[in-house]
Design a protein around this ligand. Structure first.
Ligand code: ZN
Length: 108
């Protein structure tokens, strides 16, 4: 019971909920605006079932709209069964790193 109890504690609760969000950054192809958005692996990912009832992969599609030109950027992310990112695709913009996002913001 002790082991199970600590497992339950690990997954279920106690303490403040940690921010499990993943942050991504895109740059708009049209106006160059950089936009940060958040993906919550626990809630945003849609499972796909290829065999059996164990989810074999997950995916999420986000439509990111900036403040400058209001053109939506579509970002599709795929994750493996362990919810590790396995693929990314952006339409209307480019995914950039946090460093690029920060660097450009400082220059402005
Ligand atoms: Zn734009």
């Amino acid at each position: 019971m002790g082991f199970l109890g600590s497992l339950l504690k690990l997954f279920g609760g106690g303490g403040a909920p940690a921010d499990r969000g993943l942050y991504y950054y895109v740059r708009c192809d049209k106006c160059g605006e950089k936009i940060r958005f958040r993906v919550d692996p626990r809630w945003d990912l849609a499972p796909s079932y290829e065999d059996g009832d164990q989810a074999s992969s997950f995916s999420v599609t986000k439509h990111i709209v900036g403040q400058k030109c209001f053109r939506p950027i579509e970002v599709s992310l795929t994750f493996d069964r362990n919810r590790k990112e396995s693929g990314r695709l952006a339409t209307g913009g480019q995914l950039i790193t946090a460093e690029e996002y920060e660097a450009d913001n400082q220059r402005l």
